[in-house]
Design a protein around this ligand. Structure first.
Ligand code: IYR
Length: 224
């Protein structure tokens, strides 16, 4: 088969309108229960769940189908410890001086601080890298396109897949993230974009009320 050959698009079920409405509502009801979690159980989670979620993320739409992402899954206690120490050092600088007054005020209702024990408690830390170069095949150095957009969509799908499997996640963004290249043994042309903390929520986990307040449809959409 040549690269420009096409295949029939035959994968989608032909639901009735009523079924589509019901399914879209059911999906919304399921995904609206997702919460960013800051209290994790240390209970193990099968690796296959993470592998399947990464496979799902890897189907995301992306620039030129170069799939410009890499998911480095940290499960070693030693590496988690190093990541936590480096991230907390940066976060201390952020909360003590680097973060603007306006930014810190915006975070106040979430109650976040520089302490990140979940970085050692949770069974998995998925460090998500965007690849500025790489093309489709190993060893290629072709330019990649729409890396931020592609990785953003893939990350959303990863979070959705993990939520569907009954796992909690936290999108953590240490700033700067350069130390993650060395920790995860990734080349310089890759940029770490997110640390996704994954696991079961702690039995007594709570979420800030502030985070449950979602904008209504008419505030986030318009019909033209
Ligand atoms: N990276 C910091 C600060 C932080 C920033 C935003 I914007 C958040 O929504 C939450 C936290 C931290 O992890 O604490």
């Amino acid at each position: 088969m040549k690269p420009h050959d096409n295949l029939p698009y035959s994968q989608l079920p032909d639901y009735s309108d009523a079924e589509r409405v019901a399914r879209s509502r059911a999906f919304y009801e399921a995904i609206r229960t997702r919460r960013t979690c800051r209290y994790f159980s240390n209970e193990a989670v099968p690796r296959a769940v993470i592998e399947n979620a990464i496979l799902a993320a890897g189907t995301a739409p992306n620039g030129a189908n170069h799939q410009p992402w890499h998911f480095a899954v940290i499960e070693s206690a030693e590496k988690k410890k190093v990541l936590r120490a480096a991230a907390e050092e940066e976060e201390r600088a952020f909360y003590q001086s680097k973060g603007s007054e306006e930014w810190l005020e915006a975070l106040a209702p979430l109650g976040t601080d520089a302490d990140k024990p979940f970085l050692e408690t949770a069974p998995y830390l998925i460090v998500i890298f965007g690849q500025r170069k790489g093309g489709m095949n190993p060893g290629e150095t072709k330019q990649n396109y729409y890396v931020n957009e592609s990785v953003g969509i893939a990350t959303g799908m990863l979070i959705t897949a993990l939520h569907d499997a009954g796992l909690a996640t936290l999108t953590h963004t240490p700033n700067p993230m350069k130390f993650l290249n060395q920790l995860c043994d990734r080349p310089h042309h890759e940029k770490a974009m997110m640390v996704l903390v994954v696991g079961k929520p702690a039995a007594d986990a709570t979420v800030p009320v502030h985070a449950t307040n979602k904008k209504p449809l008419d505030a986030i959409s318009s019909w033209l």
